[in-house]
Ligand binder design. Sequence first.
Ligand SMILES: [Zn+2]
Length: 369
Amino acid sequence: MVDSMKHGERKRKALQLLAKLGDAHGAPGCEDAVRRIFRDELDENIRTDRTGNIICEKRGTRKHPRVMLAAHMDEVGFVVQNITRAGLIKFAPLGGWWPHTLLAQRVRIRTREGSEIIGVIGAKPPHFLGKGDREQVLELEKMFIDVGAKDEGEVRELFGIRLGDTIVPESAFTLMHNPEFLLCKAFDNRVGVALAIQVVEEMVDIPHPNTVCTVGTVQEEVGVRGAHTAAFSFNPDAAIILEGTPADDIPGIPEEERQGVLGKGVQIRLLDPSAIMNRRFTHYVLDLAQENNILHQVAVRKSGGTDARAIQLYGQGVPTIVLGVPARYIHTHNTIIQINDYLAALELVVILIQRLDKCTVEGFTVFDD
Ligand SMILES: [Zn+2]
């Protein structure tokens, strides 16, 4: 465990980063605002690749191994699909949404000029619905966004909204009544981005026997697209994926089945349908967490996927692990995390990077026994 002064410092920085990142617009393919924060925070040795991944490479005491820290910058959002003559906006999803969570919610549409227009997701009110309709989940195709405009002309000319403009939830970052709990629209995956930034900032003063490449990836929510080119751009020997993963500590899920519980520490994901994590690497990380008394929980997931899907299969293969901060209600307007889980993840990654030398990393891919 880190001492309390260090803990306090880390927490302050984390809250500042999470607030800034949480409010930023980062629909898939339009991650500019998140990328800008990443760049402003890290400043030196920053480059982007041709899909928009942002990459910060930092050499430690050795050139090899090349360790990649990846966090996707995008969040689930929407895109303007059409504008009706009455000035209502039809929209299509970017990433996985459950329509139940959407009605009457506020959203922000980002125009080409960079202004953010507030709208609300509308649909027929209950007064005009038959009994059958009321009992169903309304399809996304039947919803629209109302930006409060007279007609189509006003939406296009005065507001500057065009087809293809991206849309994200409008939901301000909030400290809850118990300030250990945080609320925002996109902890999936601004927790990962904040962690990545904070790790690099801490590594400035800490020697590490490797080259660390921290990447903010694009378009994860639409099929881990940025992760493919990110792996190519860095050519990693090992990869650590940082994620805001779905919490399951809610009514309806039996206690003994829960593997993502708020307050139970960093989540070490062993497997999901998109990736079986390198066994030696996960065992190594589990032992490390144990030795250092870092609060952690283990998850074997029957659904979901992360950037690990692409990165583990790059080149001859890359030993990969996924470290998560459990977040309740991801892929909605309001997600909740517990700051201590974030801080446990931070502590684990900082220690891990100091340990990943050539011999250790090569050991993850010895299969001749
Ligand atoms: Zn995610």
